[in-house]
Design a protein around this ligand. Structure first.
Ligand code: MTE
Ligand code: MO
Length: 419
């Protein structure tokens, strides 16, 4: 990053002018007399913890605010509820399991590997029951995917509502999954040609039973038993969950217990009525499984104000598409009037989160920060106005519109809408 002062301003002059702000105008300090450098600090005057202090490490106490949070008024209780990933405070693309959002219909259950069974029945040559140990013996794959709840950003349809990217966009996580392809197991059972659908359900009381088209099941679905290299956490479906890349989270059955091959969707057993999209004309559409391209600036944002004063600021965020890979992200600092391309931290991966960075020189002016992504199908993320023209304001699910953060001269940010 450039260390040069803005043209027309000397560094010294600029520093003097920005007395209200704590930090310097550049990304590094000129002072070498800092006591944190010149004096021996307490942590260098004794010994640290031994290697056995924490057999399984947790984040250091100074990071204790980087946690999942829920919004108490959103659901009646915490059993059938949802919380949010602290995406505002994370970087990179992998979501640590310990702060990856949870959505349960009847609570998270404790299921031992020894008690785990997965049944495949219905239109198959041979109904089968797999133990956990059986699953470990099939050829294995490892792939990274995002999971987004269809309700993510759902509170924002009628107006800017929640103050923080954690709450507006945090019903998402992105993990590296290890397991077996669903195709491998379906072939093992010998799925009949007449089987065009699967009915998939979990071992929890809600079962979260869902119908899944066979085409998708054979294409890229997985049965996962590891996430980010370790066992799934209880809240994410330990010991085994279904992975449905690019499709809405409710199909990703946790504590997966049964897969029934059928020749039609099993509507009567589903909560289909819950997962429909209200349109502007009052009609509803259902089975909108794919998550369209979407992006959000995670910092600066309401929970991540600019506290370091004028000068270089790293604007960063996440982009994803259920239809393919992210090919680009543009950032606007003026509410969508002008756009400039952001840097992708790495080339977009299919159906996985992509991190973007936009290096900006901020001189304390108000900003209306927006990001707009494009995916490999050529689809461009819509504005809120464009989305409302089609979907109205009475929807809950599938809100993938461009988000605006208003950054004020003092560095604080607020969730707003621009017309
Ligand atoms: N068995 C079971 N699977 C389930 C659910 C559930 O309540 N029970 N909730 C679904 C919904 S609506 C979502 S968004 C995702 C959330 O996954 P997570 O808790 O790992 O974030 O799990 C899905 N799978
Ligand atoms: Mo969901």
């Amino acid at each position: 990053m450039s260390d040069k002062p803005q043209s027309g301003t000397t560094r010294r002059g600029f520093l003097a002018a920005s007395t209200a702000l704590v930090a310097s105008a550049t990304a590094a300090r000129a002072q070498t007399a800092d006591p944190l450098i010149t004096e021996i600090q307490p942590w260098a005057q004794g010994l640290g913890d031994g290697v056995d202090a924490t057999p399984y490490g947790l984040p250091i106490k100074y990071e204790s605010d980087v946690v999942r949070r829920n919004v108490s008024w959103l659901t009646a209780d915490v059993i059938s509820s949802i919380n949010f990933t602290p995406i505002h405070a994370l970087d990179g693309t992998i979501t640590p399991q310990g702060c990856a959002f949870e959505r349960h219909h009847s609570g998270a259950i404790e299921l031992r590997k020894d008690d785990y069974r997965l049944m495949i029945n219905g239109l198959v040559d041979q109904p089968l029951v797999f133990t956990y140990a059986d699953l470990e013996r099939f050829p294995r794959v490892t792939r990274t995917f995002f999971l987004e709840c269809a309700a993510n950003t759902g509170m924002e349809w009628a107006g800017a509502q929640l103050n923080g990217s954690q709450f507006t966009h945090g019903m998402i996580h992105n993990m590296e999954y290890t397991g077996v392809t669903l195709r491998t197991l379906l072939e093992e059972a010998g799925v009949k040609p007449t089987a065009t659908w699967l009915y998939v359900e979990g071992a929890d009381a809600s079962s979260n039973g869902r119908s899944l088209p066979m085409e998708k099941a054979l294409d890229d679905c997985m049965i996962a038993f590891k996430a980010n290299g370790e066992a799934l956490r209880m809240e994410h479906g330990y010991p085994v969950r279904l992975i449905v890349p690019g499709w809405e989270g409710n199909l990703w059955i946790k504590w997966l217990r049964r897969i029934e091959a059928t020749d039609a969707p099993v509507e009567s057993r589903e909560e289909t009525s819950k997962y429909t999209d209200t349109m502007a004309d009052g009609t509803s559409r259902k089975w909108t499984w794919v998550m369209d391209a979407k992006s959000v600036i995670t910092s600066p944002s309401p929970q991540m104000p600019i506290t370091h004063g004028h000068g270089p600021v790293v604007i960063t965020g996440l982009a994803w598409s259920g239809r393919g890979a992210i090919t680009g992200v543009d950032v606007s600092v003026d509410g969508g009037k002008n756009w400039k391309p952001a840097r992708l931290a790495a080339p977009g991966q299919e159906m996985a989160l992509t991190r973007f960075y936009f290096d900006h020189n901020w001189q304390g002016e108000e900003m209306l920060l927006q990001s707009r992504t494009t995916d490999s199908t050529g689809y461009v993320q819509p504005t809120k106005t464009q989305l409302r023209e089609v979907r109205g304001v009475n929807s809950v699910y599938h809100n993938n519109c461009i988000q605006t953060w208003w950054v004020k001269p003092n560095g604080e940010a607020e969730n707003v809408e621009v017309s």
